[in-house]
Ligand binder design. Structure first.
Ligand code: ARG
Length: 458
């Protein structure tokens, strides 16, 4: 029969229908390195506690080493393996025989799976962090090449004000910086040790949970065994960090998809990240960006699934929790595909800077024109009215504001002087914005340096 961790109390076997719905090995198999690691730590802890002899403890450690090697060499689950813990237990029996039966002393799959999932989450947060950092690096490198190029910034997707292209690029850097902070916080939250909590009431053997914590690299020991086996906050936190990141990547993607359309023509997608059409030979489609944008939806679904699972649960382990890994792994797997693809796309972009600058219509400097009057002593309210009249007139005549007769400026407001044309230039608009966080050349240079500093040494 199948190798089982339970079953003694049942006269009949489980229905194949139960087996089918209960089996999680297809999802949780990837936990094996962490399950082996925590099992070795548990074997050692049982030895130190005098629950096992030192020989037994060492034999279990040795056996788990053999199992790890088999798994690293590609050992696959068999049909009857219920979950990864059962599979490792089976392989351990094959490797060392009867002593394998002593490993599960004082522990439960409830504290075991919580511990393995935490270890996996901590490692996964590190991997996603590295991928996001690489994307940030691409953004900063592109920004450095585009410090002096100008483009329109949009509100309501209407041309708003001129900014440097570097400033727009870096507007996508800082959200990713916050994402990395949230990931680090999620990893920190995951770093509380459940092992030694048993099924729910704590372990009945005198193992040192402090030593377990040290050997497994956790920051703290969970202080309540009931909470320890029930708690999946760290899963929800990690998925939230990823879902938020998904929203950020969707925004980068949407900006670039628009900018890459012929109507904008601000960027061209490189060959490595463009797909063609089976029918239309001219097509150069930004599929990676569209998939990034679309993935944000599934990440949101993962978050809702996890929070929905937690919402209805009573205290203690409940089998609903088995699905935490489905949501978590999907969110991480998705991001480990999406983030590098977005980085590659951004790295390969060509910026059509002449086209971007030609999109800077003079009405975008209306605010600068009002600021000009304010600097000459007018109130902002009266300046806004005067400039508004000029904007309307240019719009009606379908001309740029600098094409309006000079006397129209003087009529609109007495403080308009000969230097008004300078106030209508995009470059002077940008040059005025040197307060921290602005798009002025010095402010952007400082921002690039701050971004580099945030990334730390390469
Ligand atoms: N496969 C299970 C999970 O992932 C392991 C825990 C099983 N515990 C139990 N009491 N049935 O949640």
């Amino acid at each position: 029969g199948a190798h089982k961790l339970w079953g003694g109390r049942f006269a009949g076997g489980p229905s194949p229908l139960l087996d089918a719905i209960n089996r999680s090995i297809g999802v949780d198999f990837r936990l094996w390195p962490h399950d082996v690691r925590l099992s070795k730590a548990w074997a050692i802890a049982l030895g130190h506690a005098g629950v096992l002899t030192m020989d037994e403890s060492r034999e279990l450690e040795r056996g788990l080493g053999i199992v790890a090697q088999q798994l690293a060499d590609g050992a696959q689950p068999i049909a009857s393996d219920e979950d990864v813990h059962t599979m490792i237990d089976r392989l351990l029996h094959d490797a060392v025989g009867a002593v394998a039966s002593k490993l599960h002393t004082g522990r439960s799959r409830n504290d075991q799976v919580a511990t393995a999932t935490r270890l996996w989450t901590i490692e996964a947060c590190g991997r996603v962090d590295a991928a996001v950092r690489a994307l940030q690096q691409v953004l900063v490198t592109q920004a450095e090449a585009l410090e002096t190029a100008l483009m329109p910034a949009y509100t309501h997707l209407q041309r708003a004000q001129p900014v440097s292209v570097a400033h727009w690029l870096l507007s996508h850097f800082w959200p990713l910086e916050r994402d990395r902070r949230r990931l680090a916080a999620a990893a920190r939250g995951a770093s509380e040790l459940p092992l030694g909590s048993g099924a729910i009431a704590g372990t009945a053997f005198p193992v040192s949970r402090l030593l377990l914590k040290e050997s497994l690299g956790f920051h703290a020991v969970a202080r309540n065994s009931i909470d320890a086996v029930s708690d999946r906050d760290f899963v929800a936190e990690a998925i939230f960090a990823l879902a938020m990141m998904g929203a950020h990547l969707s925004r980068i993607a949407e900006d670039l998809i628009l900018f890459g359309s012929s109507e904008f023509g601000f960027v061209r997608f490189g060959d490595g990240f463009s797909t063609g059409s089976s029918m239309m030979p001219q097509k150069r489609n930004p599929d990676a960006l569209e998939l990034a944008r679309g993935s944000a939806a599934r990440l949101l679904g993962d978050l809702v699934a996890m929070l929905g699972t937690l919402k209805g649960l009573p205290t203690g382990y409940n089998k609903d929790l088995q699905d935490d890994k489905r949501a978590l792994f999907d969110a991480v797997d998705t991001m480990l595909l999406v983030v590098p693809a977005v980085a590659g796309t951004v790295d390969e972009l060509t910026f059509e800077t002449a086209r971007m600058e030609s999109a800077l219509s003079s009405s975008m400097m209306a605010t600068d024109l009002a600021d000009y009057l304010v600097r000459k002593g007018a109130t902002f309210r009266e300046s806004h009215g005067a400039v508004g009249a000029l904007v309307r007139e240019a719009e009606e005549k379908r001309i740029e504001m600098y094409e309006l007769p000079r006397e129209r400026f003087a009529q609109a407001h007495a403080l308009f002087g000969d230097d008004v044309l300078d106030a209508l230039s995009a470059r002077s608009s940008v040059a005025h914005r040197e307060a921290i966080g602005g798009t002025g050349p010095k402010a952007v240079r400082e921002q690039i340096e701050a971004a580099r500093a945030a990334l730390g040494p390469a």
